[in-house]
Design a protein around this ligand. Structure first.
Ligand SMILES: NC(=O)c1ccc[n+]([C@@H]2O[C@H](COP(=O)([O-])OP(=O)(O)OC[C@H]3O[C@@H](n4cnc5c(N)ncnc54)[C@H](OP(=O)(O)O)[C@@H]3O)[C@@H](O)[C@H]2O)c1
Length: 362
């Protein structure tokens, strides 16, 4: 297989190209480095958001190409095919953050039997969570059969878990109506599933906002108490304190919600930006919003619960949530670089079926 990267024009995301290159070998490694071959990864709107906020948040810096072109990061699995690091052997398989491409040279640091950090220089100023690679050999949660679900949901459901926990930790800021935009997205679904479990102890009313075509799907999930389309915002009850959890990032939707809810809007939590073409412009941005920074809540809970306590809680929630995924989602594999390239534009334009989870197998 010839090595390749899928590169995206950093200013015009519709402009993309598959760039083939000479396949790296052991001869390209410095002492301490490893070469991995990316085997499979998930592709969701989250990866498009990495591009949308790439300049501001720094996502283009993980796998740099040039000032004009970038590689979108993905979550998945890769195999070590050459190693000059005495702690890592050829054949080991790691879960983590990889380029949308076939090969990566890494500089493992802090190597343990469980994981390592990529110590390559250009990544050192970037958030640590993205530099951590987990060894499948020792990961208690790993199974070969569970790889697709892990790639698709591990980063997304961790965020769902942390938002749910952050909200509960703050008594939902006094809100009773919890409104999730892009309600058909996997991260929103994970959150809705967790919120639904809290209904026994609270009077939460979980409302999903979605596009007209996805309403039946979102209703059928059974996690939302009610589901409205984006042009039905005026039908939202605005007689109770309300919280928005925004995965859409659509500026007009924010404006509509803010003016409709008025003083009943007690917290506006900004998480995603799936609708990346509609995020700004002349319309009001999320003036009342607060960006959700998942690592802060994770750090807080790791301190309060301990690392093991945190892992245990998220692990229990994960088992419950993933046991239900088969009821609403099927995994579809794209085979190789050509099928990956065919997926790219529909994913960019939001033309994907929420009932399908896309895995790219290289
Ligand atoms: N801040 C964080 O730490 C964090 C962590 C995880 C995820 N997120 C964010 O959460 C969002 C959801 O990610 P995901 O991977 O869960 O998404 P996903 O499952 O791929 O979401 C698909 C849904 O998003 C909407 N959508 C997708 N592309 C669109 C487009 N181009 N224009 C308009 N709507 C579009 C549609 O929902 P509707 O029809 O329901 O509108 C679609 O069914 C992303 O923005 C992601 O970056 C943030």
């Amino acid at each position: 297989m010839q090595a390749f990267d899928l590169q995206v024009n950093r200013k015009k995301f519709h402009d993309y190209k598959v760039v083939t290159k000479e396949t790296p070998t052991a001869a390209d490694l410095a002492d301490g480095q490893i070469l991995v071959k990316v085997d499979q990864f998930a592709f969701t709107a989250n990866n498009i958001t990495y591009a949308a906020v790439g300049e501001v948040v720094g996502y283009w810096k993980f796998f740099p190409v040039s000032a004009d072109w970038g590689i979108i990061p993905v979550w998945g699995f890769a195999d070590v095919i050459a190693s000059k690091n005495e702690g890592i052997t050829v054949g080991e398989r790691f879960y983590g953050y990889y380029p949308m491409g076939s090969h990566l040279i890494m500089s493992p640091a802090k190597v343990k039997s469980t994981n390592f950090m990529d110590g390559i220089e250009h990544r050192q100023a970037l958030p640590l969570i993205y530099n951590n690679y987990i060894n499948t050999k020792t990961d208690p949660g790993y199974s070969k059969d569970g790889e697709a679900i892990q790639s698709l949901f591990r980063p997304l459901f961790t965020t769902s878990f942390l938002i749910d926990d952050f909200m509960a930790d703050n008594d939902f800021f006094g809100g009773q109506n919890i409104i999730l935009t892009s309600a058909s997205s996997k991260t929103a679904i994970g959150l809705a599933a967790l919120l639904a479990q809290r209904k026994r102890e609270s009077k939460l009313n979980i409302i999903g906002l979605t596009s007209t075509g996805n309403m039946n799907f979102v209703r059928g999930l059974g996690y939302y108490d009610s589901v409205l389309s984006y042009d039905q915002v005026h039908q939202l009850a605005n007689d109770k304190a309300s919280v928005i959890v925004d995965f859409s990032g659509n500026a007009q939707l924010q404006e509509n919600l803010q003016s409709h809810l008025g003083s009943q809007l007690v917290y506006n939590c900004l998480v995603g930006m799936v609708d990346w073409t509609q995020r700004g412009g002349a319309k009001s941005a999320a003036t009342n919003g607060k960006f959700f920074f998942a690592p802060s809540q994770a750090v807080k809970r790791n301190k309060e619960w301990g690392v093991a306590g945190f892992q245990q809680r998220i692990g229990m929630a994960w088992i419950k949530f993933t046991s239900q995924i088969g009821n609403w989602m099927t995994v579809k594999e794209a085979d190789g670089v050509d099928e990956l390239a065919q997926l790219y534009l529909p994913m960019l334009e939001g033309k994907m079926d929420p009932k399908v989870g896309h895995i790219v197998q290289l």
